[in-house]
Design a protein around this ligand. Structure first.
Ligand SMILES: O=P(O)(O)OC[C@H]1O[C@@](CO)(OP(=O)(O)O)[C@@H](O)[C@@H]1O
Length: 450
């Protein structure tokens, strides 16, 4: 788990700040989804964040109550729900105090002023900043979509037949509607998200980290979409095992560029798509035959290898043995002399990730290290693993964000290419000059779920 706590994290000032993001909203308004997205985004930026879902505390004693448990007349139900909230808050405090937590997300309906006042007081007592995030949604279609999602994913309904589950859940919503109070407490810090992506109301945002969370929330939308990621085709530098540079594509790299439109045609269909490349020749040449509007981003350029740019791994190991080892020991944080680390790449990718959240269908043609960072964001890959992931050449990765996971498909062009992957602690010297072997790519589409 990424854990940079207090201090300055890549330009994000989190000194001594502890924030409790308190979700507010009726059931089926996407609160848990928003909570998870906040945690994933902050973790990717190395800000230690965790969601506390009150429902899972309640389930410890009441695994599958029916809708009546949530009715206002049910005092025992009310007490048990309050006890679950208290247990979640107690764990959250423990996490802040003993584990160095920075942002907690309290995921529950928190639907009354009284409950919110109680949470605000708890936070005040300990010097935590409470930031309420209310999800208001009146789009019947979206609510129904969420109800269906809950019915299939919530442990509350795991043994119930689907139709009964939907009816019960709708009844539960009615009970909450009877007591629900939208946020009007102007002394609180809050963000009101109305029909995710269409209107945002903010009140009393206090500091930089809070404003980053607000900015992230403002860019979210829940329209269905996919993201296609591809490395550039094999380059002349890839062939000779050299890193960095601005080389042209090899003959096989050009063949990949030729084949790319056909490889993704069916998967894209008639969707409107924008294509992003880096400013380096190998990505621009790879995108050449794709018939979509194109945008070049400097921020998508490959990790800058500084003084090692243009060298092979073997040459780096010979010239800079300590650096070579240091990079293997902590690849995420190692910064090339005069160049960048993976952590630096994540920082410069942040505005690009924001744009990805804001946009719909996008294809990105970029580089090995950059794809690892983007992939890590969508698939929640921890920092010790992300720089070591294999991202082969001549392969398109399609990511489709779903409510609680991201679906992944891979399309293989079936055009051989060198492998640029070097495993941890393998000496480039021992292997002789890096002689990337040919990787055989498969013709089939492989589908995986996260
Ligand atoms: O972090 P490592 O595993 O070295 O991977 C990054 C390297 O990948 C390479 C290829 O070896 O990227 P690219 O996709 O741009 O060709 C190098 O240019 C770059 O330094």
């Amino acid at each position: 788990m990424p854990r940079v706590t207090n201090g300055s994290v890549d330009g994000i000032q989190v000194e001594d700040v502890r924030i409790v993001v308190v979700m507010v909203g009726l059931p089926a308004r996407g609160k848990s989804l928003i909570a998870q997205k906040i945690v994933r985004y902050l973790s990717w930026l190395s800000i230690y964040a965790k969601a506390f879902n009150v429902g899972s505390y309640r389930r410890q004693d009441n695994p599958a109550p029916n809708a009546e448990f949530f009715s206002t007349g049910n005092t025992q139900g009310e007490q048990l729900r309050k006890a679950a909230a208290e247990a979640a808050v107690a764990d959250m405090i423990e996490w802040f105090e003993n584990e160095g937590g920075v942002v907690a997300v309290l995921d529950a309906t928190n639907s009354t002023k009284e409950r919110r006042r109680w949470i605000a007081q708890k936070c005040d007592e300990r010097g935590y900043e409470a930031m309420f995030v209310e999800s208001v949604c009146d789009h019947e279609e979206i609510i129904l979509g969420n109800i269906l999602e809950v019915k299939t994913t919530s442990p509350d309904y795991k043994d119930m037949d689907p139709e009964t589950a939907v009816l019960d859940f709708k009844k539960r919503i009615t009970h909450y509607e009877a007591i629900y109070e939208t946020i009007t407490e102007t002394d609180l810090t809050y963000v009101k998200l109305i029909n995710v992506g269409s209107q945002v109301i903010i009140n009393r945002i206090q500091d930089y980290l809070q404003s980053r969370i607000v900015y992230f929330l403002m860019n979210l939308h829940i329209k269905p979409r996919s993201i296609w990621l591809s490395r550039h085709g094999e380059s002349e530098f890839n062939l000779s095992g050299r890193i960095g540079g601005d080389a042209d594509l090899s003959a096989r790299g050009r063949a990949y560029a030729q084949k790319l439109p056909e490889l993704i045609r069916e998967s894209i269909g008639d969707r409107k798509i924008t294509l992003w490349t880096s400013t380096l020749k190998r990505t621009i040449q790879t995108a050449e035959h794709l018939p979509y509007p194109k945008l070049q981003w400097k921020g998508l350029d490959e990790l800058d290898a500084g003084v090692c740019d243009g060298l092979t791994y073997k040459e780096i190991e010979e010239k800079y043995p300590e650096d070579f080892k240091a990079r293997d020991d902590d690849k995420y944080n190692y910064r090339y002399r005069g160049g960048e680390s993976y952590r630096d790449v994540v920082t410069r990718l942040e505005p690009i990730i924001m744009e990805m959240e804001r946009n719909e269908n996008i294809m990105v043609v970029t580089h090995q290290a950059v794809i690892r960072c983007i992939y890590a964001y969508f698939m929640n890959v921890p920092q010790d693993r992300s720089p070591w992931m294999e991202i082969p050449l001549h392969t398109v990765i399609k990511l489709t964000p779903k409510a609680y996971h991201t679906e992944e498909e891979r399309f293989f062009a079936n055009i051989p290419a060198v492998s640029t992957f070097r495993a941890k602690h393998t000496s480039a010297k021992m292997e002789g000059e890096v002689q990337p072997e040919l990787v055989k790519t498969e013709g089939d589409v492989q589908v995986e779920n996260s």
